[in-house]
Design a protein around this ligand. Structure first.
Ligand code: 5AD
Ligand code: SF4
Length: 435
């Protein structure tokens, strides 16, 4: 039977959120409806992530949990990076899975769902160089802050990372497609666009790079804010750095992972930068845009990491004074070079280092947030808060801001930041800046 309702469960990164939205639109075009909260769906798409910790096992146990009390089950699609990594093996490991679709094959989802409802168990994990994007439908609804994938895949081959294997080689979407989609998003209600890519700052179309693209998008009326994520230090060009000081709509926030503060570990990670070259980039970015909020990613317990290496990581956290940062325990990914390196670190050591690292990052986040108290700024309202009359929005520096207001999502408020917490700010409205 052809499904009438669907649910998409997203795990992992923002690119999966974007892909999930596109799959929803694709299924919607086939006349299917998203299942309401709490309602049983005829089709469940598990949009999985493979980056850390027993990802495949987790996906299979999520599949198992989809069996209903009466023993029946929805049609189950395994999508995302676990689908890419497991391929046809997924069908052998779980008889409940009806179809397996990799991140480059989403445009084929409706036809695969039709095949699956006739009892076939299709698998498509091809990675064609031609992007899937052309075949995906236009955007009709957009959140105040909308994602737009401009680049996918990675050629950097950091030794711990599966992305080059699950998402494939770097590809950039063509300039005209991105500009057209940005216009559609703004018409559909977006006031901020977040350009996404595993290596977004490697985006290029001919001799035009991300800075030129941002400059063009900034000319779209009604689009108020632009962000991009995630960037690799090697692709942080001088033009892109300069853009931070030149384009008002480009928000003062940069996510630039460093991963470790030890040059020995950075080399073993195949990061292609040292702490000095990284810090030089941060210095240039701050010269272009002094108030910029810097964010990053860290891994603790990479094979061979000594206490001294780890202390070097704490030192770079102090040197950069991150406004926020994500940190993870090293997770051995089968098939990556690091998985077969010597001196894997004991879990307890990783846990202990992660706690110290997060405490240090937390000190800097709080200091950053406190430095903004008293600041008059603008906040883009995104959603309702927990309390009645409370809304949550984002400051230019990507802080969550709680504010009492009757303004709706999409409004931009002129407000004063009046209090700082470790993870959010409180704002008081001065006036409504724009409807
Ligand atoms: N183990 C732990 N963290 C990892 N990341 C990527 N691969 C691994 C791994 N094998 C982290 C990196 C990257 C972020 C998206 O996930 O910090 O920047
Ligand atoms: Fe993975 Fe490194 Fe590529 Fe980032 S740059 S996706 S960490 S291989």
């Amino acid at each position: 039977m052809t499904p009438k309702t669907f649910r998409i469960k997203n795990f992992g990164c923002q690119m999966n959120v974007y892909d999930g939205e596109r799959m929803a639109e694709l299924l919607g075009d086939q006349g299917m409806n998203a299942a309401a909260d709490g309602e049983d769906a005829d089709l469940v798409v598990l949009n999985t992530c493979h980056i850390r910790e027993k990802a495949a096992e987790k996906a299979y146990s999520d599949v198992g949990r989809l069996r209903r009390e009466d023993g029946s089950k929805p049609l189950i699609a395994l999508a995302g990076c676990v689908a890419q990594a497991e391929g046809a093996e997924a069908k052998r490991r779980s008889p409940m899975i009806d179809l397996v679709v990799g991140p480059q094959a989403y445009h084929r989802l409706p036809e695969m769902v039709a095949e699956a409802s006739r009892g076939a168990r299709p698998v498509d994990t091809d990675m064609p160089a031609a992007a899937k994007f052309d075949a995906l439908p236009a955007r009709r609804r957009a959140a105040p802050s909308a994602f737009l994938t401009v680049q996918e895949g990675c050629d950097k081959f950091c030794t711990y990372c599966v992305v080059p294997y699950t998402r494939g080689a770097e590809i950039s979407r063509p300039w005209p497609d991105i500009v057209a989609e940005a216009h559609l998003l703004v018409e559909a209600g977006a006031r901020e666009i977040v350009l996404l890519g595993q290596n977004v700052n490697a985006w290029a179309d001919g001799d035009r790079g991300l800075a030129e693209l941002i400059r063009a998008l900034a000319r779209i009326d009604g689009l108020e804010r632009i962000r991009y994520t995630t960037s690799h230090p090697s692709d942080m060009s001088d033009t892109l750095i300069a853009a931070h000081g030149e384009i008002d709509k480009l928000m003062p926030y940069l996510h630039l992972p460093v991963q470790s503060g030890s040059n020995r570990i950075l080399k073993a990670m195949n990061r292609n930068h040292t702490t000095d070259t990284y810090l030089a980039i941060i210095e240039k970015v701050r010269a272009a845009r002094p108030d910029i909020a810097i964010s990053g990613d860290f891994i603790t317990g990479f094979p061979g990491e000594t206490e001294e290496d780890f202390e070097a990581t704490l030192n770079i956290v102090d040197a950069v004074r991150y406004a926020s940062a994500y940190s993870f325990k090293y997770s051995s990914r089968p098939g990556t070079p690091a998985a077969t390196m010597e001196d894997h670190i004991a879990t307890e050591t990783m846990d202990e280092r992660l706690r110290r690292l997060q405490a240090r990052i937390g000190e800097h986040s709080l200091a950053f947030n406190r430095s903004k108290v008293g600041c008059e700024t603008r906040v883009l309202v995104e959603r309702k808060g927990r309390r009645p009359g409370q809304m949550i929005g984002r400051s230019p520096w990507l802080q969550s801001v709680h504010v009492e207001t009757d303004a709706q999502p999409g409004a931009i408020l002129d407000l004063t930041l009046v209090a700082a917490g470790p993870n959010s700010m409180t704002g008081a409205v001065r006036r409504r800046a724009a409807a």
